[in-house]
Design a binder for this molecule. Structure first.
Ligand code: SF4
Length: 367
């Protein structure tokens, strides 16, 4: 098998031209198990990414073991970030996956520094840590171990059913640190899910994972996001989604309308023209020019539609708009409040300037 024949420092000829210049690249490999995909294995210099100060995300630190994501969600926020690697936001994002093979080792070193204040760390906001590649590379067990050993609370947001593999480890970790788990399920219609998220497990498989995590003792949040105008926002579709989420035992639901960032917007509109051409003019009206978010009127309308359904299904539901970015998001690890607001007993005594110096990451997203 080609994979087994790979040696460190040997480039695969199937790799994209120029990738050998990628910073820290060890090798680029393909394997029949992952047809159509290339993994670019890199040695990273830092594992903890500080969320840029301008970001309104409710957490300060992320760890991203992979770049690119073969879950291939057409609407994915992170697509544009692949251009920093001289790759494109479309099929390259789906198939050219950068794997930080030493991420756990580097993370351990960073977390052991005396200056680390054990602030919450978020996984799954840039790309999915339980995408298929994780089945091969098994980076998450070591990452979970490093965070737990160093008493660092963490959250995981994923669409991957591979999360089940690590539930025993996560349950052990939760005995020592706060662990929050969230499953992202945006599309409950199998045909639409296959079309718009072709690399993801089915909604039912993800609900089974919610059940398993709940049985393991976690209060799981389901991110019913993005809700897409005319595609997933009918009463029937939302009612079906909430009934199934409730039946799976999820603790709460966070919902929000589709955002279309640069890169994702072009890719999404191409998909729409191909698959649902009759909706193109409507979407161009809702997301004109460079606008990223659906109009306030649509989001208000969606909230009015969701609230009675949430009550009917007796679900604890949260509108993304009710939790402005920068404020704690239900079900995710929250930013540690400033020491001044904690009072002397809870103060860590570590100032922001004493935090480990790490490279800033591109701005994370929630889905
Ligand atoms: S939205 Fe999440 S799961 Fe989908 S491609 Fe992007 S990172 Fe992967």
């Amino acid at each position: 098998m080609r994979w087994q024949g790979q040696q460190l420092g040997v480039d695969d000829t199937a790799a994209l031209p120029g990738m050998e210049r990628m910073d820290g690249l060890v090798r680029s490999v393909t394997t029949p198990e992952f047809a159509g995909m290339t993994f670019h294995e890199v040695l990273c210099k830092s594992a903890l990414n500080r969320v840029p100060g301008v970001s309104a995300m409710p957490f300060d630190w992320t760890v991203n073991p992979y770049r690119g994501c073969n879950h291939q969600c057409v609407y994915c926020f992170a697509r544009k970030t692949h251009e920093y690697l001289d790759l494109d936001y479309g099929s390259d994002f789906d198939s050219q996956i950068v794997v930080k093979v030493n991420v756990a080792e580097v993370l351990r070193t960073e977390l052991r520094r005396g200056s680390w204040a054990r602030e919450p760390v978020m996984l799954g906001t840039n790309t999915d840590p339980y995408q298929r590649a994780e089945g091969r590379y098994r980076l998450m067990p070591e990452i979970i171990g490093a965070l737990t050993e160093n008493r660092t609370p963490f959250s995981i947001l994923t669409k991957g059913t591979l999360l089940r593999r690590d539930l025993p480890l996560l349950a052990d970790a939760a005995q020592q640190v706060k662990v929050s788990l969230a499953m992202s399920i945006a599309v409950f219609d199998d045909a639409l899910q296959h079309s718009i998220e072709p690399g993801t497990p089915s909604a039912e498989a993800r609900l089974e994972t919610v059940r398993a995590a709940t049985a393991a003792g976690f209060r799981v949040t389901v991110f019913l996001m993005p809700i897409m105008p005319h595609l997933t926002d009918s009463v029937a579709a939302l009612d079906d989604a909430l009934a199934r989420i409730r039946a799976a035992g999820a603790a709460r639901v966070v919902y929000g309308a589709l955002h279309l960032r640069p890169g994702a917007k072009q890719w999404f509109l191409q998909w729409l023209e191909r698959e649902h051409p009759h909706l193109v003019s409507s979407y161009r009206g809702l997301y004109p020019g460079v606008s990223v978010t659906a109009p306030k009127a649509y989001r208000t309308w969606l909230g009015k539609r969701m609230r009675p359904l949430l009550r009917m299904h007796r679900l604890d539901g949260w509108d993304e708009d009710d939790h402005p970015r920068g404020r704690p998001q239900p079900g995710l690890a929250a930013r540690t409040p400033p020491a001044s607001s904690l009072g002397p007993l809870r103060s860590t005594g570590v100032s922001a300037s004493a935090r480990p110096r790490v490279a800033p990451a591109s701005e994370p997203t929630l889905f």
